[in-house]
Structures are given as C-alpha cells and as structure tokens.
Ligand binder design. Sequence first.
Ligand code: URA
Length: 210
Amino acid sequence: MYEHLTVVKHPLVQHKLTLMRDKDTPTAVFRQLLREISQLLAYEITRELEMTTRRIETPLCEMDAPVLAGKKLALVSILRAGNGLLDGVLELVPSARVGYVGLYRDEETLQPVQYYYKVPQDLEDRLVIVLDPMLATGNSSAAAVDLLKRSGANNIRFMCLLAAPEGVERMGEAHPDVPIVTAAVDECLNDHGYIVPGLGDAGDRMFGTR
Ligand code: URA
C-alpha cells in the first residue's frame, strides 16, 4: 500500500463518518459532520508544520513562545465537493490562502475535465493542502496535483474523507511525494466509479442536489 497514507482512526472521526455514510442522514447534518471531520483531519495533516518562536510578554514574564513558521498555507479545493472540507479547515487556519481547481468527471471515461483554475501566488514557498472528500479513481486528484506542481508547488498534501484502494494506488504512482490523509480506505470502486460502501455522491449529499 501507499507509503505516505495516514488513516485517521480516531473514534470521533469514525463515528461521524458512519453517520455520514447512512443514506438517511439529512443534508444539513451531512454538511455539519463534514465540517467537523475536516477539522479533525486538518489537525492530523498539519501535525508536522514547521515552528519557530516569538518573544512575547505574558502578564507574568517574557517568554519565547511557539508560533507557526514560514509562509501561510495554501488550501486548494477541488470543486465542488472540496468546498465541504474547505470551510472547516479555514476555521482552524483562518489566514490560509485559498485556491480552486474546477474538474468534473466525464461519466463515460471517468477522466477529469478542467473548467476552472485559480490558485494563490508563491505556491513554491507554501505548504499546499489539496481538499477533495472522495479519492475514487484518483484521476482528478492526480490531475489537480499535476496542475499545482506546474504552478510551482513542491510541498503538497492531500486530504480526503474516503479513499478507494484504486485511488490511493493511482496517487501513489503519479505523486509518491504527496502524503494522503483520510478517514477510511473502503473496499473498491463500482462500475460507475463510486466508492463502495462509500457514502454516495458527496457533492449531491452536501448540497442537496439530486
Ligand atoms: N465521488 C463521489 O462523490 N462519490 C464517490 O463514491 C466517488 C466519487
């Protein structure tokens, strides 16, 4: 399996994920759960951020206190479902820069088709966290990471809620330098490219379309 894969097995993540998988969970609850899980995944994916210290004065004395080092993070949402992870992560890292990659999946070929691309400047100096709840075939994710690398990004991590083994493998082949953080790796993809058992179409479930 993929060397840089982290499955977050924390009980809160797993419990919330089960609620999200349930087909009877309403849209508003689904969205709220995704926001909550995104923050727990963000906690994991930012674990190794570089730190420095800043001299501050507490009411009692001076101290060298830890603060994040380097340029602000860049969060890149793969539209449209990535936005479901974005809001929660932005709450934790409010000064992060934000980019969007618009890719839709051709339902026949399952290949990604690009329709939007807008990302922050200086990607080469930033940690870039790519957000997409469902790592299915891995085609869109690999394509999004290709685009980001062409824009200069060289320190990229990928956050998803659910992954299929096929997607993990595809990312591992295309971008072995990109660590993946997910809440679960499911059994397989079905013939339509859906993750099984999965949770259905993440975009439809979070936006109430369909
Ligand atoms: N995208 C989804 O929203 N769900 C899947 O199962 C696969 C891709």
